[in-house]
Design a protein around this ligand. Structure first.
Ligand SMILES: Cc1cc2nc3c(=O)[nH]c(=O)nc-3n(C[C@H](O)[C@H](O)[C@H](O)COP(=O)(O)OP(=O)(O)OC[C@H]3O[C@@H](n4cnc5c(N)ncnc54)[C@H](O)[C@@H]3O)c2cc1C
Length: 489
């Protein structure tokens, strides 16, 4: 059973890590009903989606949190943080736990702070095109409220129906429409944050400032280590007048890549652009290579004349690189199904008791690195990546440039003969691919964050930048209370 598999011989009686006095203090802030100590909750709140999906991979511990606390507002978080400092209890900010990097992986004795009771939408400003919401609001609920005012969120990840505003900012997630509307981080104008020392920091919600650094950036993509985002003001967008789906098929990835890059070079801005080469037989068990096909999925959105003008340039660019118009249906189908994996995740894990979760598939191990590179290096990277995986008997079943020609992903699959060895081999192959991206001037991850999964490679990527992050962290979090051991710190 998965619970046993991941948790070892742990039981609630072993949880001596939280004292009666700390329990009493936390309960006096949030009430008994919003303070959880039952075994199922402690297990559930110690896993993000990566550990839920499979027990594979590099995690130093299978620790569990000692308790879960569910605050309602900023003031309750201030009180929780003060108690944690007094009692020296690590706190883990938790949105929906859909992260895929082990970024909520607790150290022993941690208390999980579930932010989903903070679900108020505080203001929608259709003139400034902004929304202000508490951090626990689910993205889909925010988008739905905006749609009643003819507005939309812009950030549209697969996980829209399940992820929270705070989690999406803390990972600076990327969604389907990011090519036009930007990543979640790009949409942040202002934040309210409870710092690890209990102070509240508010940044101004404006398009630009030249008064010192934009402090909001300290909390974008930094996985909660610098504090709790309690409230965010985000840029939003008018619902587009027009939306057109297009798919172009190419003989090979290189031609599709050159067409995509040319579109971006002349300034075309599709809201969705995804160049994917995939093996048509991903699930085949005998590991023979299936047929590969390359398609460029495009969606153009905006005011009517803009969409028309953009579309007028696409056919020539694609045909210059041998692309053929495959009609709208493939892109439309892709668009319509974009949230299906999140609904499956909700049905299989969020709604079910832990004992009823599906058993992880142990016949194969998968990894899905997402690296960012200078566009000029993408094809070289792909060639070198193919050589690296050969050494480890790993198959690449999909290559894609999602959103921008410089954002490159590979789906890696390894058939399992010996679980421990094959998992370790895949980890080594992935590390080689990530460090290759760094060596070519790129970054090892552009969408999901670092978490505990990639922490060991942060220093290699940030150099002295990691030292600066540590100094900032120790100046506002001397006790190392918030999400310790994350993001390479
Ligand atoms: C089916 C599925 C599809 C996915 N598709 C995408 C996709 O298309 N694009 C994409 O970018 N990601 C995707 N993801 C990954 C995941 O949904 C994102 O990383 C998401 O942004 C995490 O949100 P969350 O609320 O679940 O955060 P959590 O997983 O709970 O937390 C993520 C990190 O943020 C921190 N955190 C959470 N809330 C706060 C807060 N208020 N203040 C400070 N720190 C906080 C946590 O401590 C942790 O470090 C997918 C995941 C799944 C399971």
């Amino acid at each position: 059973m998965l619970l046993g598999e991941l948790s070892g011989e742990w039981s609630l009686e072993d949880n001596h890590l939280i004292t009666a006095s700390a329990i009493e203090k936390f309960q006096s802030v949030v009430g008994v009903d919003n303070f959880l100590l039952d075994e199922e909750s402690l297990f559930r709140y110690s896993l993000d989606a990566y550990r839920v999906w499979s027990s594979q991979g590099r995690f130093s511990t299978n620790n569990k949190v000692s308790a879960v606390v569910k605050p309602l507002d900023t003031q309750e978080i201030v009180k929780i943080v003060k108690i944690a400092n007094q009692e020296k209890i690590p706190l883990i900010p938790f949105g929906s736990g859909t992260g895929v990097m082990g970024a909520i992986n607790p150290v022993p004795g941690s208390v999980c702070v579930d932010l989903k009771r903070m679900k108020s939408i505080l203001d929608i400003d259709p003139v400034s095109l902004t929304v202000t919401a508490q951090s626990g609001v689910i993205l889909a609920q925010l988008d739905e409220s905006l749609s009643k005012r003819d507005l939309m969120l812009g950030h549209d990840p697969y996980s829209l129906p399940i992820a929270t505003v705070g989690g999406a900012i803390s990972t600076s997630g990327v969604g389907y429409r990011a090519a036009k509307y930007g990543s979640m981080g790009d949409q942040v104008l202002g934040l309210q944050v409870v710092l690890p020392n209990g102070e509240i920091l508010e940044t101004r919600s404006v398009e630009k400032t030249s008064v010192g650094p934009g402090f909001q950036y300290l909390f974008i993509g930094t996985e909660g280590v610098f504090g709790f985002i309690t409230q965010a003001t985000l840029k939003v967008f008018r619902i587009p007048e027009s939306r057109v789906f297009k798919t172009y098929s190419f003989d090979n990835f290189e031609n599709g890549f050159n067409a995509m890059n040319e579109m971006f070079s002349i300034g075309l801005k599709p809201s969705l652009s995804d160049l994917t080469e995939e093996c048509s037989d991903i699930n085949n068990s005998n590991q023979t290579k299936g047929q590969y096909s390359t398609n460029l999925f495009l969606v153009f959105e905006g005011y009517c004349e803009e969409v028309k003008a953009q579309l007028s340039r696409v056919p020539d660019i694609c045909s210059q690189y041998g692309g053929t118009d495959a009609g709208p249906s493939m892109s439309k189908n892709y668009w319509d199904k974009r949230h299906d994996s999140a609904y499956r995740f909700k049905d299989n894990y969020i709604k079910k008791s832990v004992d009823d979760w599906p058993i992880a598939n142990r016949n194969r191990v998968v990894a899905y690195p997402h690296v960012a590179l200078p566009a000029s290096k993408v094809l070289e990277y792909r060639r070198l990546a193919e050589q690296i995986v050969l050494e480890f008997q790993v198959e690449i079943t999909e290559y894609s440039c999602w959103t921008n020609p410089g954002l490159f992903s590979l789906m890696l699959v390894k058939t399992v003969v010996d679980w421990n060895k094959d998992v370790a081999d895949l980890d080594i192959a992935v590390d080689k691919l990530l460090t290759l991206a760094q060596d070519l001037g790129g970054t090892m991850e552009y969408v999901h964050g670092v978490g505990s999964k990639l922490s060991h490679l942060v220093s290699r990527e940030l150099g002295y930048g990691l030292e600066i992050m540590r100094k900032i962290k120790s100046s506002i979090d001397p006790e190392n209370i918030i999400n310790p051991n994350n993001l390479g710190m």
